[in-house]
Design a protein. Structure first.
Length: 129
């Protein structure tokens, strides 16, 4: 018996452009690596729960085995809106689109706390390296 497939033959041809939060985080990670000359990098781990994807953004000193969780982002398969959650999990913000997400991320990355952590990780990498 050669039953016809239940899936359409052109399934792989359907590739709609999707604006995903991961693209924004990848950009932030690349910029960090360039700004710190590779001593501190951004790592993004993807997980999931229920109908949400969760992206955890870590800072890692490249010379040592140490990662620091900076924040998390949760979203559905559609990409936006996103829920932006600080590392402590106590503060979250709903951001409706890419522009709002980029603005909030830019603001968060410019905080004194974030700058201090990057500086400490860079110093750690220099001391070990």
């Amino acid at each position: 018996m050669n039953e016809p497939s239940l899936w359409p033959k052109n399934l792989d041809d359907v590739r709609l452009p999707v604006d995903m939060p991961r693209e924004v985080l990848d950009q932030a990670a690349k910029e960090l690596e360039a700004l710190t000359k590779g001593m501190v990098v951004g790592e993004i781990l993807t997980g999931g729960a229920d109908d949400k994807l969760e992206l955890s953004f870590y800072l890692r000193a490249t010379q040592v085995d140490y990662r620091y969780l900076l924040f998390k982002v949760r979203h559905t398969i559609d990409g936006f809106p996103v829920e932006f959650i600080d590392a402590s999990g106590t503060k979250s913000k709903r951001l409706e689109d890419r522009k709002a997400f980029e603005g909030a991320l830019r603001q968060f990355l410019g905080t004194q706390q974030t700058l201090t952590v990057v500086s400490q990780l860079r110093n750690l990498a220099q001391d070990v390296g």
